[in-house]
Design a protein around this ligand. Structure first.
Ligand code: FES
Ligand code: MG
Length: 599
């Protein structure tokens, strides 16, 4: 890990001066000063002209994945102070992936909004974004993009590896396995809890290549955190050192006026898309990166993910696509080793700038793979094509499928007909939201067999506010007992990055806004063609139009009432998964730090 601290002269007049040193506005200046002095900061410090650096604290008792940031912040402070900055730490709205009901997806845009207001409205010249658990990372990056002030991300790092009876148990991923064992009666409730808890042996975020490891890795690939920093496990001393170096770096960034808009270029996003395929990254990544691109004002579409990512091989052997976990990823070389491997194939835009003032190419050029069991060389990948396929048809305008998790079992059953390669047909069974699925999945009258496709609708950004991670549905118990672990699953919700299910998901537009999924009926035949990128209900256009009219006459697809004010507000403004599920009215507010920020 390298940081640069050239300690340039304090020549720039910083934004925080408008609060703390503005003789033309003496009464307001006095008011600002006296209250920030009341806990011990001195007048001399606040008027020293030193950068005021925020630490956006996402850790709390409610956010256990990020809680270690409370400890790390001490080292961040020391780095900031040593480099000549002054620290103001503040809380970010908590988002705990596994703890928030009805879904943590609801809170990404809320934390984003809150952080935008803080960064814009308070005397800050730069910010350290404490990232980790799934949505905390995009929420923080999106806010920094909107405000566009110097910002650096600090990952909290993954947990240590989980173990159970000598076998690695990965967070999240073990849940999907354990629920099959429970459903099949091979373990009981207590055994289920014990098995799942074994996967979380220390502080930190999910140790699998779930959405957290994905988004922290992509943050580094984008250039928004120090090189080599993403994969360091939370409890290691290296993580503390990283916190200290991050604190030092942000002060240098403020003097250099190095902003998110200098780093988050289209080249950087394309790098991230390629790295995402090589690491076997989460299907939530397109939602979050497309959202980030919109807030920074970079053109990025769902088709870019297939165009730049599909043909990239899977190099990282982490669960759920592979077998290892976070500690192994770090020791094998982490993100720089992956980037360097792609660079040697000419697949990285090497000039993309990063937080330390050096390019991604310069940061990663000399990185090597330390353990080829965990990070494979480009010439001997885990899978040759590991990106996302984009599908379209009368079911939706777009949905994605993560090809790196298509198992041999699934491929043999569904994708190996020599007369019709990469395509399959089946009979649809439709569930309206996760509650409906849980109530009916084991009902024998549904007649679910290996030729069934299971559909989950009403789970998109508006239908299940924020979009629930529910598309990876386990088959009914009788099929699991017969050795069938995955049926094709399709839906307008999301799924956990820790899931190894080859679902077709993030369907846009969702059923709640009248997308094609709303017109589907149980018993319909559906055809999926991965080669052509098509997903269609096999009915005539005439029949489809009749159903559309009938849905309209019935008042549209029913969505449950909002439970909180925020659910209602977000539903009125949120876009679809394809375009990042952002608050549409927020997109035009860019580069706020270039305005003074004081009323
Ligand atoms: Fe927080 Fe997985 S639940 S990182
Ligand atoms: Mg998740």
């Amino acid at each position: 890990m390298s940081s640069s601290n050239s300690n340039p002269s304090a020549s720039r007049c910083l934004r925080s001066r408008a609060w703390f040193d503005d003789p033309a506005n003496a009464d307001m200046t006095a008011l600002y000063l006296e209250r920030y002095m009341n806990f011990g900061l001195s007048l001399a410090e606040l008027q020293s002209g030193k950068p005021i650096i925020g630490i956006a604290q996402t850790g709390s008792d409610l956010s256990p994945c990020n809680r270690h940031h409370i400890v790390l912040a001490e080292r961040v402070r020391e780095g900031i102070r040593e480099a000549g900055g002054i620290v103001l730490e503040f809380p970010v709205h908590p988002i705990q992936e596994t703890g928030k009901r009805p879904t943590a997806g609801l809170d990404r845009n809320l934390a984003y909004l809150g952080l935008v207001e803080v960064l814009f409205g308070y005397p800050l010249d730069g910010v350290v974004l404490t990232i980790g658990c799934d949505k905390t990372t995009p929420a923080c990056l999106m806010a920094a993009a909107t405000v566009n002030m110097p910002a650096i991300a600090l990952s909290v790092g993954p947990m240590l590896n989980g173990w159970y009876k000598g076998v690695r148990t990965g967070s999240g991923t073990i849940v999907w396995r354990a629920r099959e064992l429970l459903a099949a009666g091979e373990i009981d409730y207590q055994g289920f809890i014990k098995l799942v808890a074994s996967s979380a042996p220390s502080t930190g975020y999910c140790n699998t290549m779930g959405t957290a490891t994905t988004m922290n890795s992509l943050t580094e690939a984008l250039g928004m955190s120090l090189p080599g920093s993403a994969a360091i496990p939370a409890p290691l001393r290296d993580r503390q050192e990283c916190a200290y170096l991050t604190g030092k770096q942000i002060v240098e960034m403020v003097w250099a006026d190095r902003k998110p808009s200098d780093i988050l270029t289209r080249d950087a996003f394309i790098n991230a898309i390629r790295v995402n395929s090589a690491i076997g990254g989460s299907t939530n990544a397109p939602i979050h990166l497309n959202a980030l691109a919109r807030h920074i004002g970079v053109e990025l579409t769902i088709d870019d993910w297939q165009k730049y990512g599909l043909d990239i091989p899977l190099l990282v052997n982490l669960q759920p696509a592979g077998e290892y976990l976070g500690e192994d990823y770090y020791r094998a070389g982490g993100v720089p080793a992956v980037v360097a491997e792609l660079m040697r194939q000419g697949l990285i835009n090497e000039k993309a700038l990063t937080v330390n003032g050096s390019s991604l190419g310069d940061n990663c050029r000399d990185a090597t793979i330390v353990d080829t069991k965990v990070i494979k060389p480009f010439a001997e990948p885990m899978k040759t094509r590991a990106g996302f396929t984009v599908l379209r048809g009368n079911l939706f305008d777009s949905a994605i499928m993560k090809t790196s998790v298509i198992s041999d079992e699934f491929r043999a059953r569904y994708l190996s007909n020599p007369k019709d390669p990469e395509a399959f047909e089946g009979r649809a069974i439709v569930f309206d939201g996760p509650e409906d699925y849980h109530a009916r999945i084991d009902d024998p009258s549904l007649g679910i067999d290996e030729n069934t496709m299971m559909f989950m609708r009403g789970a998109g950004p508006i239908g299940y506010p924020g979009a629930a991670e529910v598309v990876n549905m386990r088959p009914p118990v009788n099929l699991i007992k017969a050795g069938i672990h995955n049926l094709p699953c399709i839906g307008d919700g999301r799924q956990s990055g820790t899931s190894g299910s080859p679902s077709i998901l993030n369907a846009s537009p969702e059923a709640a806004v009248g997308g094609g999924l709303a017109l589907l009926r149980s018993g319909d035949r559906v055809r999926i063609d991965l080669r052509k990128g098509e997903a269609n209900i096999l009915i005539s256009d005439e029949e489809l139009n009749q159903r559309r009219q009938a849905l309209k006459d019935a008042g549209g697809y029913p969505i449950p009432a909002s439970q909180t004010p925020w659910q209602e507000m977000q539903r009125a403004d949120i876009g679809q998964a394809e375009t990042g599920a952002v608050l549409e009215s927020a997109v035009k507010y860019q580069r706020l730090a270039q305005t003074k920020g004081v009323p």
